[in-house]
Design a protein around this ligand. Structure first.
Ligand code: GTP
Ligand code: MG
Length: 200
């Protein structure tokens, strides 16, 4: 039987955004398909991993879920340093949280990795009767800064998988292919790490 050669991509991912917007809920929904109604506010940051299999590619998401409370803001550079992907989350029912998105975008443009891909995420779309941030307003802003945009619900599992899949499709990755021994070498554009993975 022919060997299947999987290409492996490592994506350091950071979740940013104001406290209570649902960063931890999105990470938990994606990694374990769980939703907790009463989540404790994150302290410092937490870390999760999840693999996505798309065609013959494995996308390994290394996810840093940061704490949104202002007192932890100064820790953020530790988590976005070297990241390939930043998911900046707001709550569609709270317009102040959208202002915080813009602060994070400005900080990343100033101090973040050059090639970082940004996704703007409007969470809690299950509460659309309480909406304060119009979809088009957020979409236009995302277009202007060349970011992905999606509205999600961690609670109802809307667009969570799509979010990571779209990001995996779009994140800038450089590949060098070495066909000796059926090994494909992959470099993440940020950390230039070698990854070989063969399965049978
Ligand atoms: P910090 O850790 O303090 O930065 O907050 P966070 O952004 O991680 O928010 P968290 O995931 O802890 O969610 C805050 C609250 O919002 C919790 O009570 C969640 O149950 C709720 N929540 C999260 N996502 C959704 C959603 O999609 N819909 C609804 N209705 N509630 C949500
Ligand atoms: Mg949290």
């Amino acid at each position: 039987m022919d060997k299947i050669v999987y290409k492996t991509f490592e994506l350091k991912t950071v979740l940013l955004g104001e406290s209570g917007v649902g960063k931890t809920s999105i990470a938990l929904r994606f990694s374990t398909d769980v939703f907790k109604k009463y989540n404790e506010s994150t302290i410092g940051a937490s870390y999760l991993t999840k693999n996505l299999y798309i065609d013959n590619n494995i996308y390994k998401f290394f996810i840093w879920d940061t704490a949104g409370q202002e007192k932890y803001h100064s820790l953020a550079p530790m988590y976005y340093r070297g990241a390939s992907l930043a998911l900046i989350v707001y709550d569609i029912t709270n317009k102040n949280t959208f202002l915080t998105v813009q602060k994070w975008v400005n900080e990343l443009k100033k101090n973040g990795p050059l090639d970082i891909m940004i996704a703007i995420i409007g969470n809690k779309v299950d509460l659309s009767d309480k909406r304060q941030v119009p979809t088009e307003h957020a979409r236009l802003y995302a277009q202007k800064i060349d970011a992905l945009f999606l509205e999600t619900s961690a609670k109802d599992n809307i667009n969570i998988h799509e979010l990571f899949k779209n990001a995996a499709d779009k994140v800038p990755i450089r590949t060098d292919i070495d066909l000796n021994d059926n090994v494909i070498k992959i470099y993440n554009i940020d950390n230039k790490k070698n990854k070989n993975y063969i399965c049978c």
